[in-house]
Design a protein around this ligand. Sequence first.
Ligand SMILES: Cc1cc2nc3c(=O)[nH]c(=O)nc-3n(C[C@H](O)[C@H](O)[C@H](O)COP(=O)(O)OP(=O)(O)OC[C@H]3O[C@@H](n4cnc5c(N)ncnc54)[C@H](O)[C@@H]3O)c2cc1C
Ligand SMILES: NC(=O)c1ccc[n+]([C@@H]2O[C@H](COP(=O)([O-])OP(=O)(O)OC[C@H]3O[C@@H](n4cnc5c(N)ncnc54)[C@H](OP(=O)(O)O)[C@@H]3O)[C@@H](O)[C@H]2O)c1
Length: 240
Amino acid sequence: MERFDCRLLSRRTLSEGVRELAFARCDGQPLRFVPGQYVQVLFAADSYQGCYYSLSAPPQADGTFKLCVKDDDGLGARTLFALELGDTLAFAGPDGQLVLDREPGDAQRDVLLVATGTGIAPFRAMSDQLDARLSAGRRVQLLYGARQPVGLLYDDIWRELAARHEAFSYVATVSGEAQAGQEGVRRGRVTAHLAAALVASEAAQGELLALLCGIPAMVSEVRAALRDAGLDAAQIRTEY
Ligand SMILES: Cc1cc2nc3c(=O)[nH]c(=O)nc-3n(C[C@H](O)[C@H](O)[C@H](O)COP(=O)(O)OP(=O)(O)OC[C@H]3O[C@@H](n4cnc5c(N)ncnc54)[C@H](O)[C@@H]3O)c2cc1C
Ligand SMILES: NC(=O)c1ccc[n+]([C@@H]2O[C@H](COP(=O)([O-])OP(=O)(O)OC[C@H]3O[C@@H](n4cnc5c(N)ncnc54)[C@H](OP(=O)(O)O)[C@@H]3O)[C@@H](O)[C@H]2O)c1
């Protein structure tokens, strides 16, 4: 895996405790990656110990890249949140198999994306690819869960995609206590809405490609439910 130093260019708060950080490589080279892949933030320049973060924006023309980081008080978040603009940090990568186009014929498949919390990051990086796939006549469903509506990251991006493509279904779910401002948002965990998403894609289930990302327990439960519904293991992509 390649190692490189990067400089923090900008940061913004996406929701409480979640920040988006933009970086550029110090050597001036663009970071080349496939949407869905991650990088490793290294804790020391002379070791490979670090934390993994999905690249959270489509590849940029200027070669910069973004991460979407939750403040979970882990060493990764503490390291990233301590950076000032212009500070540098060592990275390794990119790597990862949670990508849309991996096998022959993948581009012809309808897609089901299931995410919770910051697990949306790799799917945000795919938004241009998803747009192109929808324009080519494929169906895409996104089932996305958070505790509160404000935790639905990139909600505006998904709503805008749904407004432009009838074949894009965005189902946002919220598991916390009911609050105001939940228009178009369903109640409960994503797992409570999975069966409905599968019914919606029943005609295409043999061709469906499912990508799952978020809390490991959610990934395991959704994977098991998809297998029970008849999907092959090869139709389901996860990072773990
Ligand atoms: C593929 C992948 C992608 C991810 N993408 C994202 C993302 O986009 N956004 C996001 O918010 N999170 C993401 N995560 C989660 C993130 O990488 C961290 O796992 C999570 O934030 C918890 O971090 P942690 O430091 O508590 O612990 P861990 O992930 O358990 O620890 C990370 C590493 O730090 C070491 N370590 C921990 N504490 C110390 C210490 N005090 N001294 C030395 N070493 C220590 C551990 O041994 C381990 O090697 C992703 C995880 C994976 C696997
Ligand atoms: N590429 C990758 O692999 C990658 C990328 C980014 C993030 N991640 C991982 O994604 C996770 C994101 O965590 P987060 O803290 O941002 O999320 P979070 O805010 O803690 O949780 C988001 C939602 O997940 C729900 N949930 C919890 N357990 C569930 C289960 N078993 N089945 C279905 N839904 C469940 C929660 O419901 P309740 O309120 O009912 O608990 C909540 O609605 C982290 O573990 C991170 O490591 C992985």
